[in-house]
Design a protein around this ligand. Structure first.
Ligand code: ZN
Length: 291
């Protein structure tokens, strides 16, 4: 009897060891890791989908999550300005930190040094690259490599998951491009500069931003210039993420008649966007049907 119990104990301990413990900063990376890792990973995220990752308030529970983790995936390009403090606080010397921006080509890299005191939160280029599904593929590839290097015995499993997810994503990309094809050159005003990767992929034009600079709240004088721009170029859409105050967009809309669309940029930004594919589906459907 005791021998059987011991065998059960050792077998289940071995299974537990085989699971890679992953923490991600965002819900998009969380979903991508789940799709590659399947049941061989235990994955958790820090920033909720309806929170602004730029300005996440660190909770003690985040450090506990990191203390027990093997791998920590982040977006990089300073999106998670709070990450170093969190990593220090976790006191986990064996934690491997993976910056997924290393695998993509950043856009909007400033040509001169950005003065952080001015509050611009994109000092190393635009960090919102996951909104281009082709970049999601680069992220998935890196996730596959890191999981396989940490847990080589599960590499065939990760590879199979990666390939079947790529096939699914490639089909969706064709569908998304088709839906967006009637919007080519259409001008949209966005709240925050989070959209360049999406608009470059799908051919929409960014006319301007409600924020005067990334991370800087709207001002009356900048609102007035956006109102002029909307009227001059006959723009009918203002797109903003779910966590921003809608007071400036609504004020601009009330003067111009443009429509304000609240669209998340993360998984679970709205409850129904429960995966990366769901999220891009939702964004494409919202923009194409209101465009
Ligand atoms: Zn940003």
């Amino acid at each position: 009897m005791l021998k059987n119990i011991l065998i059960i104990f050792f077998v289940s301990a071995a299974v537990a060891v085989a699971q890679v413990k992953v923490v991600t900063t965002t819900t998009v990376i969380y979903d991508l890791v789940k799709n590659v890792g399947g049941d061989k990973v235990e994955v958790d995220y820090l920033s909720r989908g309806d929170q602004d990752v730029h300005f996440l308030e660190i909770l003690p529970s985040y450090m506990l999550k990191l203390r027990k983790a093997d791998l920590f995936f982040k977006v990089g390009l300073q999106l998670e300005m709070w990450a170093p403090q969190l990593i220090d606080g976790s006191r986990n010397s064996s934690l491997k930190i993976i910056d997924l921006s290393e695998n993509i080509a950043p856009k909007e890299i400033p040509t001169r040094k950005v003065d952080a005191s001015l509050g611009d939160v994109h000092p190393f280029g635009n960090p919102h690259y996951w909104l281009d599904p082709e970049n999601a593929k680069s992220m998935l590839q890196r996730i596959y490599e890191e999981l396989s290097s940490y847990s080589p015995e599960n590499e065939p499993h990760f590879k199979e998951n990666l390939q079947s997810y790529f096939a699914k994503l490639d089909k969706k990309i064709i569908e998304w491009e088709e839906k967006m094809s009637n919007l080519k050159q259409k001008e949209i005003v966005f709240f925050h500069s989070a959209w360049i990767y999406f608009t470059d992929r799908f051919g929409v034009t960014i006319a301007g931003y409600v924020e005067p600079k990334p991370g800087i709240p709207p001002t009356p004088s900048h609102n007035a210039s956006i109102i002029k721009l909307i009227q001059k170029n006959k723009i009918n859409l203002i797109v903003m993420d779910v966590f921003y105050s809608d007071s400036a967009p609504n004020q601009i809309a009330s003067v111009t008649g443009a429509k304000v669309l609240r669209i998340p940029t993360q998984v679970y930004g709205l409850e129904k966007n429960s995966s990366y594919i769901d999220l891009i589906d939702y964004i494409v459907n919202q923009i194409s049907s209101n465009g």
